[in-house]
Structure formats: structure tokens, C-alpha cells
Design a protein around this ligand. Structure first.
Ligand code: DPP
Ligand code: ZN
Length: 873
């Protein structure tokens, strides 16, 4: 399939003012009658034909202004319906189509999930429902009539307000929903099913009472409370921070078990992957609770950043996603702990986005081309997109940023716009020049910022030399310098020094944001009497790789003394990375591995001081993961990284067994709370258990089994189970069986059970995964189960990357099987093979062979084909 290019954008030839949709709903056959009120777009060519998109539709009728068209008056070619002759001005096009939701395993368009009918239209799923100009810059008002069997589908939902309900007398009923806000069709949704309701409300600051309705499977009503509370908090926060109020009287959220992504922000009818709605203490971990809070908020925030102001075309996806991720990160920071939020977000960015940016899929946050838009819901568009918004916030300041948001809405409410429109609003509101900054939208790759410094004792000045360099990415051999905000402090013997830059009359604060815009730049700090240590990129002020000549002693000092929490944590991580990379080198050279004494002392100090901030200590003690470590090596040494990491965890667990055990006792709590403090204490206590499982497996077995048995919440129970898995298959066997027995009716918990086994560091794990695929707990049509079991295995560094290539062959088999049923999920799995060039020659050849095998499948989906083509390019 050919690539679609951003530069080829043309405005739509026709606009839709109003749509009336009539659904006659059934699992095996749904008929859709669509009436489109169209008119020519004055901004487009006057003689263009009307072209509508459609996919897998059985076309029953086409009528123009009430007159049925004969087969020679329109053309259906592939996925397009063309009418060459339409009235010069406004007209009405009517179509009737049939489709088969039960056969729709791709989970795009109208499909069946657990007996209910639901939809997913972003990005291009609406065309699987009816003929339509399926592009986001066509915004129309929708009125929707749903008709269905009353007993099977008592609940009928669509966007907007419910304006009519009718019992049709014959066992069927209908509902009419009207959405007063014009929207692109990707925000359309319907749900029909037999669902339980959990209700709450929210009164907006202007006094509008909004009914908040959470629709869940019967029996799950006790698991929607956290999602409801999160929505209420998000609504209040958006009023306080951005002055944005909800605009309808009803807000529906439906939890479905079959869903490709996390959730979808359809206007007033969010459809959610049930894992981001359902939670109670017994079944959901702290991580799950935080995830729900953030995704519920994310989809709510889209109502303004995405729905009221939407994207002109899909190249602008980061316009709504980067901005909305930034908003949800800020919300979570305000609800919980700002410091922890930041380091968690950066950890995710580095573990996924930096890796994407340094591989065959590297693309700017606003891509120039795509084959399949579904492949571009990436961590680059989302997470790096959020970092780009954050940099604007840093550069212009919170007040100007808020003014920029106000201006953006004043200018563009009700319209489909571009990233440029957003940046222009920020620029106009702040009077700052963001022209060079715009390169963040057009250039891919992670810049490397190199810092060197020189302290002139006599002149009392510290000169900080910063330079930047961005490596070529596919299609972009040359990079222009970025505008990079570098937040800097100077750590002296008694804390931060006041900062006066050359040319200034007085010191201003202790953290300054420097504007790095050239390939190389010097910044001179005056009045620096002592040999201060620069603390660079505070708060991770830009998504770059920092190269600074810190000695290990410097890192230990920053770990202890930096006033910036992010940099304290990051210094510790950097120290751990260096120690592990040394161990990897020892492993490669056949040298015996030994625990680095300085690192052990620094780590032990954090452990000893945990009481001041247990949550931070938990983060600071945890070791960097496989992907971050691999990224630091020219060729990823799979066996070396696994051996080194295990060795370090075991050595620390052994050496510090006594304080770890003590800490567990001190932190043992009787009650359960979901406060940031309680979550932090649990995280630290459970982290301790994991180190103990590595360090003294035999002694920890009883402790872990005990915690597994007596746990009153899923965080504790699941950590205990993981610890037993670390200890070994013998220790874990009975607990795994008991866990399944206890939770077999809770599908989200069963997914955890699948995932934990897929990630086990056991030599026969692949055989176990294959056996689990036949287990009743698995369902190859449910994305969550595939992500847990197959995705879990792909995240198993040692055994997915087994030297004989068996893991890769297994993954290719899964991709090929999924390609015919669910290309989106297949494409995600295929990405596990993309970075083959980073591995050793034997693994390279195994991975490439599997990519070629996938690529040879006749009729491969465009989703997977694009990934394979990019990987092999
Ligand atoms: N637009 C959705 C989200 O990111 C993804 N389908 O919220
Ligand atoms: Zn989103």
C-alpha cells in the first residue's frame, strides 16, 4: 500500500452539516441507514466528485435528494463510493448498508464484546459502519436512532443527549440521541447491551449538574467507584487549572473487555478497556489505580483538547494527544506526588520512546507520512508529544501558557486545526519566538546534549559549555539544531548557589532555564567561589540524552545533595547503569562478577534513610531495566545484561538482608489506604521482598508464601507471587495454582496471572506459554489476554531473546495468526522484532528471518506490512 503524505493535504471537497443515522442492531446483521446533509466546500475545487469511504459494507441502497440511484449513477470501487454528478449546492445523500458485527474481529467499527455491541472509530473505523467522508476535518452534528431487541439490549447509548425512548411493542425498543456539538466521525460511538449502572454527578462551576454514568458488566458495580471519583476530580481540576468546563448534561463511560487500546474519548460516551475502569483493593494493584485515574482524566480532558478543537488530519495527532497527555500528567502530579510523577513519566519515555526514536520506526511527533495511521499511535506522538508541550510550558511560563490555551480555544473552538495553530497561539500569547522551537515537530531523533564545565577560581566564574547533536534517522540524514530548554543549578557545599549569569546585575534564583539553540554555546555563571557541581536538566527539562563528565563520586554527591528530586533519582540510576555495564563487560570477558563497593554504600545509604520519604526511596533503590541498559550498548548483550542485573539484585538483597527485613517489619501496616504515602510504603516494602527473593531465595520462600496467603490487596498479593516466581518454579507452583483458583472469575486478575508466567525467568517458559494458550483462561480474540501472555513473553528479556531463536519464531507465528483477525494487535506484536539490528549476529539473523517470513505472507495487512517494511529497510 502507498504512503499517505502530509504535504498532500487538500481540504475536503464536501462538508457535512448534519447526519441522521438509523441503526437496526443485531449481532450477525446490523443495518445502517445514513442521511448526510452535504454541501460543497467553498474552500475546495468546484468540480470535484463526491467520494465517500466505506469498508466491508454491503450496500443496499443509495439515494440522492430522495430519489433512488440506479447502479450506473454511482461507483463502488474498493473502499470508495463515488458520485460524479451531484447538485451544485446543498443536497442530501441517503445510504443503507448492512454489516456483520459478530464477524468483526479487528475491533474497529461496530463489533461484539461479551454480548454487547460497541464501536471504535478512531482513527478510520467509522467507514466500517457506513459510507462517509471519514476524515477529521469534516465536522457534523449527529442524530442517532438505535433500534434493538429490548431483552438483549436494554441499554442503548450514543453521543449527546437522549431525546426520545420508544417501546416498539414487538419486543424491540428504540432510543434517539442528539449531539449538539459538531464532531468528526471518529468521535462517534454507540453501545447496546445489558449493563449495570454506577451513577454519580458533578456540578460545574457555572451550576450545570452533570450525570456521570458508568456502565459495567452486571456484578462489577462494586468496581467502578475509583473511576467515578477520578472523573469528578478531573472535572474539578480542569476548571481550576484551565478554566474548562464540561458542556453537556450527561457523561457516559462504558467498560468493555475487548478493546485494542486503553480507552476512547467519544463525545460524552467514552468507551474504555475495562482494565482502566474496574478496580477494587482485592483485584487491582496500586499501579492499576493510578492508571485508572490518569486514563479517566485523559479521556475527559480530550473533551476540550481533541473534541471541541480537533485535528485537521491524522498527521496532527499529537495536537490532541501530546497536549492531553501533558494535561493528564499534570493532573496526576497534582493529585499525587509531583516528583514521583515526573520520574515515572521520564522512566516510561526512556524505556519506550527513546528506543523508538533510535530505531527504524523513528518519526517526528508530527509524522510526514504513514501507510497505516493505526501504527502512529506511538510513544513518540503521545509521550514525546507531551514533552514538547511541557517544554513550551517551561519556556514561556505557566501564566503565558494558560493565556495561550485561552487564545487557542478562542480562535479554534469547533474547528479542526493543526499543530502550527497551537504553537502560534502560544507564541502570540507569550510574545516569545518559537520559530526554532518548531523543529521539535518536524525532526525525529533524540538530541544528545553534551555538557562540559570549567571553574576559574580566581575570576570566580564557572563556564558551562553545552553542545547538541542529533543522529540521522530514517529519511532525515541532516538535523538542524533544536531549541532546548536546559534547567541548571549549581550544587555547592551548603546547597544550591544563587545564580548570576554574565551580564546580569544580580543573582536570580537557584535554577535557571538556559536556551540552548546553537550547536555549541557557553554560559558563564559569575560569583562562583567554590568548586560547585552543575545539576543539569533539572526536572528533565527536555527529552534529550545528557552526556556529562560526572565521576561516580559526583553522581553519589548529586544523589545525596541535589535539591532537584528528579536529578537525585536520576544520578542514582546513572550510577546503577554504569555499575551494571561494568558487570556486563566482566561477564563478556569471563571475569568473576563482584559487587561495586561504592555503589553498595550509596545504595545502602538510601536504604538506611528511607524513612524520610519511603516512596522516593522505593524509586531510588530500583534498578534500571533491560531496554534502558540495552540502549547504552553498541550491540545489546542479552545474556550479559540479564546476568549482570540478576547478580546485582542478588548481591544487594543478600548484603542488605537484615535492613530489608527490618524495613518490612517497620512498614507492615494493619490498615489499607490509597494515599500517595501508603502507596509509597507498600512499594518500598514490596521492593524489599523482591530484593530478598533475589538475594536469599531459600530464606525468603516462607516470607513470600506468607504474604501471598495473608495479603488483603492485589499489590501485596501479586508482589508475593512474583517473588515466588523469582525464587523458582517449585516455590511458585502451588501459589500460581491457588491464585488461579481464587481469581478465575475475575478476567483482569487472570490476565495478571498469564502475564506473570510469561515473564518468568524459567528456561521452559516458552513451553509454558504455549500450554497457557490452550488454557481456558486465554482467549486469542481478547487483546488484553494477548498483551498479557504474548506481550508479556516479548518483555521477557532472557527467553524471548533465547539464543536458538525459538522465541522469535513463536512471535512470528503469533503475528501471522493475528494478522488475519486483528491487524492492530498483530502490528504491536510485530514491533518486538523491529530492532533486530541492535543484537548480535546470530540473533540478528534469527529475527530478520522471522521478519522476512512474516513479510512473505500473501495479503498481509497494511498495519503489519508497514512495520516489516520499515524494519527490513
Ligand atoms: N484517542 C485515544 C486516546 O489516546 C486513543 N484511541 O485517548
Ligand atoms: Zn488520547
Amino acid at each position: 500500500p502507498a504512503a499517505i503524505r502530509r504535504c498532500d493535504y487538500t481540504p475536503p471537497a464536501f462538508l457535512v452539516d448534519q447526519v441522521e443515522l438509523g441503526f437496526d442492531l443485531g449481532e450477525a446483521r446490523t443495518e445502517v441507514r445514513a442521511v448526510l446533509h452535504l454541501r460543497r466546500n467553498p474552500a475546495a475545487g468546484a468540480d470535484l466528485p463526491l467520494v465517500l469511504n466505506g469498508q466491508s459494507l454491503e450496500t443496499l441502497r443509495v439515494a440522492l435528494d430522495g430519489r433512488d440511484l440506479t447502479a450506473d449513477e454511482y461507483r463502488v470501487e474498493g473502499e470508495r463510493l463515488t458520485l460524479d454528478n451531484v447538485p451544485a449546492d446543498a443536497f442530501m445523500l441517503e445510504t443503507t448498508v448492512a454489516n456483520d458485527p459478530a464477524a468483526n474481529s479487528a475491533l474497529e467499527g461496530l463489533y461484539v464484546s461479551g454480548g454487547m455491541l460497541c464501536t471504535q472509530c478512531e482513527a478510520e473505523g467509522f467507514r466500517r459502519i457506513t459510507w462517509y467522508p471519514d476524515r477529521p476535518d469534516v465536522m457534523a452534528r449527529f442524530r442517532v436512532r438505535l433500534t434493538a431487541d429490548r431483552a438483549r439490549y436494554p441499554v442503548l447509548l450514543s453521543n449527546g443527549n437522549l431525546i426520545e425512548e420508544t417501546d416498539l411493542g414487538d419486543g424491540r425498543h428504540s432510543a434517539v440521541w442528539d449531539d449538539p456539538f459538531p464532531k468528526p466521525c471518529y468521535l462517534f460511538a454507540l453501545v447496546a447491551g445489558d449493563l449495570g449502572l454506577v451513577e454519580g454527578d458533578f456540578v460545574t462551576r457555572s451550576g450545570r449538574r452533570v450525570a456521570l454514568k458508568f456502565w459495567v458488566e452486571h456484578g462489577n458495580q462494586d468496581q467502578a467507584g475509583h473511576a467515578l471519583a477520578s472523573l469528578q476530580k478531573a472535572m474539578a481540576w480542569d476548571e481550576q487549572v484551565f478554566g474548562l468546563e464540561y458542556d453537556l448534561d450527561i457523561y457516559n463511560v462504558v467498560a468493555v473487555s475487548h478493546f485494542n487500546m486503553g480507552a476512547m474519548e467519544n463525545k460524552s460516551l467514552n468507551v474504555f478497556n475495562s482494565k482502566f475502569v474496574l478496580a477494587k483493593r482485592e483485584t487491582a494493584t496500586d499501579f492499576d489505580f493510578l492508571g485508572i485515574e490518569s486514563v479517566i482524566a485523559h479521556e475527559y480532558f480530550h473533551n476540550w483538547t481533541g473534541n471541541r478543537v480537533t485535528c485537521r488530519d491524522w498527521f496532527q495527532l499529537t495536537l490532541k494527544e501530546g497536549l492531553t497527555v501533558f494535561r493528564d500528567q499534570e493532573f496526576s502530579a497534582d493529585m499525587n506526588s509531583r516528583g514521583l510523577q515526573r520520574l515515572g513519566d521520564v522512566r516510561n519515555l526512556r524505556a519506550a520512546q527513546f528506543i523508538e526514536d533510535n530505531g527504524p520506526m523513528a518519526h517526528p511527533i508530527r509524522p510526514e507520512s504513514y501507510v497505516e495511521i493505526n501504527n502512529f499511535y506511538t510513544s513518540t506522538v503521545y509521550q514525546k508529544g507531551a514533552e514538547v508541550i511541557r517544554m513550551i510550558h517551561t519556556l514561556i511560563g505557566a501564566d503565558a501558557f494558560r493565556k495561550g490555551m485561552d487564545l487557542y480555544f478562542a480562535r479554534h473552538d469547533g474547528h479542526a486545526v493543526t499543530c502550527e495553530d497551537f504553537v502560534a497561539a502560544m507564541e502570540d500569547a507569550s510574545d516569545d519566538d518559537l520559530s526554532q522551537f518548531r523543529r521539535w515537530y518536524s525532526q525525529a531523533g533524540t538530541p544528545r546534549v553534551t555538557a562540559r564545565w570549567d571553574h576559574d577560581q580566581t575570576a570566580r566564574r564557572l563556564t558551562l559549555s553545552l553542545s547538541q547533536d542529533t543522529r540521522p534517522t530514517p529519511g532525515q540524514p541532516e538535523k538542524q539544531p533544536f531549541h532546548i530548554p536546559v534547567a541548571v543549578g549549581l550544587v555547592g557545599a551548603d546547597g544550591d548557589l544563587p545564580l548570576r549569569l554574565e551580564g546580569e546585575n544580580a543573582a536570580q534564583g537557584t535554577t535557571r532555564v538556559l536556551n540552548l539553540t546553537l550547536p555549541e554555546q557557553d554560559f558563564v555563571f559569575e560569583d562562583v567561589a567554590e568548586a560547585a557541581l552543575p545539576s543539569l536538566l533539572r526536572g528533565f527539562s527536555a527529552p534529550v540524552i545528557l552526556d556529562a563528565p560526572y565521576s561516580r563520586a559526583d553522581l553519589a554527591r548529586l544523589m545525596a545533595d541535589d535539591s532537584d528530586a528528579f536529578n537525585r533519582w536520576d544520578a542514582g540510576q546513572e550510577l546503577a547503569i554504569r555499575v551494571i555495564l561494568d558487570l556486563v563487560a566482566d561477564h563478556a570477558a569471563g571475569r568473576p562478577l563482584a559487587l561495586d563497593e561504592d555503589f553498595a554504600v550509596a545504595w545502602g545509604k538510601v536504604l538506611a534513610d528511607y524513612a524520610a520519604d519511603p516512596a522516593f526511596a522505593a524509586e531510588a533503590l530500583s534498578l534500571p531495566g533491560f531496554s534502558v541498559l540495552g540502549e547504552r550498548m553498541e550491540t545489546i548483550d542479552v545474556d550479559g545484561i540479564c546476568a549482570a542485573t540478576k547478580f546485582l539484585a542478588a548481591s544487594l538483597g543478600k548484603r542488605f538482608a537484615a535492613p530489608l527485613l527490618r524495613l518490612r517489619e517497620v512498614l507492615a501496616e494493619s490498615g489499607y489506604a490509597l494515599t500517595p504515602e501508603a502507596i509509597g510504603r507498600r512499594r518500598l516494602r514490596n521492593g524489599a521482598l523482591t530484593f530478598l527473593a533475589h538475594g536469599q531465595p531459600a530464606d525468603t520462600r516462607v516470607l513470600a508464601a506468607e504474604q501471598f496467603r495473608t495479603a488483603t490487596n492485589m499489590t501485596d498479593q501479586l508482589t508475593a507471587l512474583s517473588a515466588l516466581v523469582v525464587i523458582g518454579a517449585d516455590a511458585a507452583g502451588p501459589a500460581l495454582a491457588a491464585f488461579y483458583e481464587q481469581w478465575k472469575d475475575e478476567r483482569l486478575v487472570v490476565n495478571k496471572w498469564l502475564g506473570i508466567q510469561a515473564m518468568a525467568d524459567w528456561p521452559d517458559v516458552l513451553d509454558r506459554v504455549k500450554v497457557l494458550m490452550e488454557h481456558p483462561a486465554f482467549d486469542g480474540r481478547e487483546p488484553n489476554k494477548i498483551y498479557a501472555l504474548i506481550g508479556g513473553f516479548a518483555a521477557n528479556p532472557q527467553w524471548f531473546h533465547a539464543a536458538d531463536g525459538a522465541g522469535y519464531a513463536f512471535m512470528a507465528d503469533r503475528v501471522l495468526a493475528l494478522d488475519s483477525t486483528n491487524p492492530q494487535v498483530a502490528s504491536r506484536m510485530a514491533r518486538s522484532l523491529m530492532r533486530w539490528k541492535r543484537f548480535d549476529p546470530a540473533r540478528q539473523s534469527h529475527m530478520r528471518g522471522q521478519l522476512e517470513r512474516i513479510g512473505a505472507k500473501p495479503g498481509l495487512s497494511s498495519d503489519v506490512a508497514e512495520i516489516v517494511a520499515k524494519a527490513l529497510a
